[in-house]
Each structure stands twice: as C-alpha cells, then as structure tokens.
Ligand binder design. Sequence first.
Ligand code: ATP
Ligand code: ZN
Ligand code: ZN
Length: 645
Amino acid sequence: MVKVTFPDGAVREYEQGTTIEDVAGSISSGLKKNAVIGKIDGKAVDLNTPIMQDAALEIIMLDSESGLEVYRHSTAHLMAQAIKRIYGDKAVKLGIGPVIEDGFYYDIDLETPLTPEDLTKIEKMMEKVAQENFPIRRREVSREEALRIFTELEDPLKLELINDLPEDVVLTIYDQGEFFDLCRGPHLPSTGRIKAFKLLSVAGAYWRGDAKNKMLQRIYGTAFLKKADLDEHLHLLEEAKKRDHRKLGRELKMFTFSREVGQGLPLWLPHGAKLRRTMERYIVDLEERLGYQHVYTPILASVELYKTSGHWEHYQEDMFPKMVMDNEELVLRPMNCPHHMMIYKSDMRSYRDLPVRVAELGMMHRYEMSGALTGLHRVRGMTLNDAHIFCRPDQIKEEFGRVIQLIRQVYDDFGIKEYRFRLSYRDPKDTEKYFPDDAMWEMSQRMLKEVVEELQIPYYEAEGEAAFYGPKVDVQIKTVLKKEETLGTVQLDFLLPERFQLEYVGDDGQKHRPVVIHRGIISTMERMTAYLLENFAGALPTWLSPVQAKVIPVSTAFEAYAKEVAEKLQLAGVRVESDLRNEKLGYKIREAQLEKIPYMLVVGENEMNSSSVSVRKRGAGDLGIQSLDSVVAMIEEAIRTKVID
Ligand code: ATP
Ligand code: ZN
Ligand code: ZN
C-alpha cells in the first residue's frame, strides 16, 4: 500500500501502482471525468501515471489554468498529426509547439506554403482524429533510441533538439494512433477529449528565432473546452480586428506609411495631424501652467554627447548608425535627455531655482527591429511628450507626486480608464544593458519604491524593464489584442547628473548634484494615437476628433446657408467640414457616420428660414431641429469640458 496526501491534508491508502485516474475515480466520478493531469510531489504527470510510493497528490481539473494549457498543448499535437496525415509523415518536419496566451502554435517545416483554405482542411482532419479517440501514451526512450527514431523519420529539427538536451534528461515520446512526438508532456488521456478548436493564422518564423536559420511556417490556433467559449473568443478577435488602429488609420485618413519614405516612418495626413496638434496644444498649455518650460532642441547630436551619457555604450543597438562628417560625427537622437542636460548646464543654478522642469515635444529616432514595427504603436521616428525635472533630493517626492497627479488628470481627459502602474527595475544579470553600479541601482530602486508607497499609488513590480540609467514607474495599458504596452513613464535618475557633472549651488554655498526625473505623460504622439483609435474604435471624443461637425445640406439649393453655418462654427473654434456634393442626403449621412464624426448638422428650407440646424449626434441619434446659436454653444461646451462622448 502507498499513502497519498491530498492538498487539503487528507491522507488515503491505495494499492501500489494505482493510477491517478483511478485515485480520482475513487473519490468521485465527477472528479474522474474532469481530471486532466496530476501533480505528484509538485511534478506534473499524466493521469495514467501509477503511484509507486507515498506521495503528495494534486489532481488538476480541466477547467483550471494549467488544465487548459494541457488541453491546448494536446490540441497542438492533434494538429501536427492531422498535418502529417494530409501531407505525409516525412514531408512534415516538426519544430516546437508551445502553448501561448489564449492558444498555441506549432512551427513546421513543409514545402507547400499553407493557405487559409489549407487550415480549414487541417481542421477537418483534426476533427476526424479527435473522433478516432486514440489514447495518448507516454513512453521513455534512451537518447540512442530517440536519435534512431527521428533519423528514420528524417526530421533534422527534432534531432537538433535532442542533441541540445542535457545528457541526464529523461527523453519521452507521446504516442497517439500512428502519430508520435518528442515531448515532455503531460497530455490529455485521449484525443477524444478535445472538443472545440480553431486554426487562426500562419506566419513565417525562423527556426529557433534565428534569422540565420531556415524560415518555418508557424501555425497559430486556439482551443477551448466548450464551443460557446471558443465562439466568444473568436468574436472578441473579430472585434479587435475591426478596432485595429492600422485599419482605422487608413479608413479615417489619419496616417500612412510609404516604402519610399522608409519603414516605420509615419506620414501624418491632415486628419491625423489635427488630432496630433490638439494633443500637443493641450499638453503644452497644461505643462506651462504647471511650471514646465518648453524648449526646442535639434534631433541630431554629436556622438560625443552620447558617449558622455552612456547611450553609446548601452543603447547603440537601438540607434541609427552615425553620420561621419568632415570634422564631427553625428547621430539621430534616440532620446532627448542629453540635450536637456545641456540646457540645464547652460546656466548657473542655485537651490532656489530648483526644480527646473525642461519640456519638449521631442522628436527621436530608434532603429526598432523591422519585425517589431506595428503601425503607430511602434515606429522608428516619433515625438515624445518629454520633460526632465532637475531637482534637489528633498524635492523628489513632491515632484514625483505632481507627475503622477498630472498623469491621472491627462488620462482622465483622454478617457483612458484602465491603466496600471508598474515599478520597473533592472535585471541585475543583464550587465550589458544596465549601467554597472550596484550601489546606485539599489539606492534608486529603494527610493522609487519608497516614494510610490508613500504616495499610496497601487503598483506591481517587474525586473529587467528599467531604463539603462535608472528604475521607472511605467503606466501600462492593454491594447485591444490584450497586449500590455507602456504609455506614460516616470524615471528616477542619479546617473546622468553624475555623467554630465550637473550642479547647483546649495544654501551652504557649496556645489551639489541635482537628481533628474525623466517623464513622458502622453507618451509618443504616435503610440497615443494608436491607443486612442483602438480604445474608441475610431470614434474619438469630440474634443479630440479631427472633424467635430459636418454640415450637410439636403440639396445644393442650400449650399449658401450650409457655408454660413460652417463659418459660424469655425469662428467659434469648432473643426468643421461641409459636404456640398450633389449626392443623396442618406448617402452623405451614412458616409459621415463611417467617418465617425460626432455632430452632423443637416440644413434645408426649414432650418434656413429659422436660423437653425437639424442635429444628429454620434451614438445618440436624431436630436431634432435646434437654433444655430444653441448648437454652437452645445458643441463648444463639449469641447471645453472634454466630455468623453
Ligand atoms: P518600449 O519598452 O515600449 O520600447 P522604452 O522603455 O524604450 O519603450 P522610453 O525610452 O521610456 O521607452 O520611451 C518613452 C515612451 O515612448 C515609452 O514609454 C513609449 O510609450 C514610447 N515609445 C518608445 N518606443 C516607441 C516606439 N518605437 N514607437 C512609439 N512609441 C514609443
Ligand atoms: Zn508536445
Ligand atoms: Zn530622458
């Protein structure tokens, strides 16, 4: 007999060799039905694993997080089996097939490039194999045996994986019907357990993520326990696609890219430029009221400047290469900090002058990997709502608090509700990226945490996300595809003041070193635009909309009055367009709806004779006929108060 201890502390005795599945069955038939794997002394194993000695046992249910992962990984095997049935055992070489958030993928090497139709074909075959309900069985193999098996199968990818595994690792193969795969497991007990899945897309992926290797085909898929859950997820994906800012940016004529201009270098079209200008005016005005001093500095600087700052040593990979001139070497700046350090240094500073808050809508260029470029989310040329606060150590907390306050105000005005603060530390093992000064890091990280706790800002922590010069508080948002991204950021820096030898004269008449707080509130104009478009599905709040009102005459006979209405709105500061085309009214209204314009003002005989307009409000519908004056006042008010409408 063996003693089995359950998570709740209960102990039961079983005959040696009893499988986990039978143990589950001895407790209840429901447990047996929903169990997917077990954990023996913390190690995940298949259900049919026999218990050979006293052990702690946890039975993992299918509907738990790890249960779903097993389910999805087994679906990846099912897919591999289906592909091999269709294209032939030796025609398909299998790379790796891990579980990812919301699904799985498998990298395969196959001559035929797979099309969406092929995916449907593969899905059909997967259904068939699932119905055949093969038991999924684990077997241990020696290294020699494994090498022999995959040599026979002519699969160089698996052979490479085997050869790279440490000597002492136990190799296992999972069998299901005619199919087998080298895999650590664990797996579902049988293919019949897999009920609801979908293959989503194919993309190119280098073997082992290395561009020197062969390009494989990566097939993405997802699986859920129930068809209804799968359908809901697919619906969410569809919705997310509709909100993709690249699609909306095209439809709403906000921005474009051109191969001739260069990858990741956006061109802002008039509508996008209006949005951007609105954000820029807003933030510059607000910052000036809060004591920031806006400056202009060049987007180029001498390599020397970046040697001083440390960028040359720690950030060069992300920079465009230098330009070698007659008597100097220049680079496009990847960050604005060094320029602002020089602005600070341009004058004598006394303790009474601090804090000095130097701000700029600073254009920067970063050589982001081409695979990472995504619309406006990640570009190579961008403009950051940047500022550097030079302060005394005793002012850090106060200044930090003000910045957090500013973030809250701005995000509120932009209608951004869901964001989290992340404390980003260095990764002490990454000595290449991070400046090697343990004492400095420990001090600044501790200080940052203290400040954040004192200010009672809720936060979570992450290692390896700091800037090379110091730790930060990042403002994390989620994109429609549930990917986390950084918008705002506040960083504490003791390093650059040192490297640039910054000073102020204290009340003791001595020279002291200031501290620098780097901060971006809106983030780059590019990333914020991408975020806003997706967050509002293109229907931006009135105050941010490129076109806030559209005047639509019912026929060309009312063109003159339409122009009069538009002019009045324009004088009141409303961004307005008129649709004077000789088209049907319904058609023009539908187009304005597609353009997501907040206010449509329809004018005809009645409206003209009574100095009024018929109002259609986005999201609210027909508001009826109203005097022009009251409508102008209503729109002005919506803009002034920045309603999220
Ligand atoms: P990320 O981790 O997103 O690459 P980072 O940590 O390098 O950013 P910072 O140097 O702090 O970022 O830049 C300030 C802000 O600029 C970021 O918080 C982010 O919102 C934005 N940003 C950074 N890189 C890009 C880019 N390539 N395209 C658009 N916006 C960017
Ligand atoms: Zn596997
Ligand atoms: Zn900076």
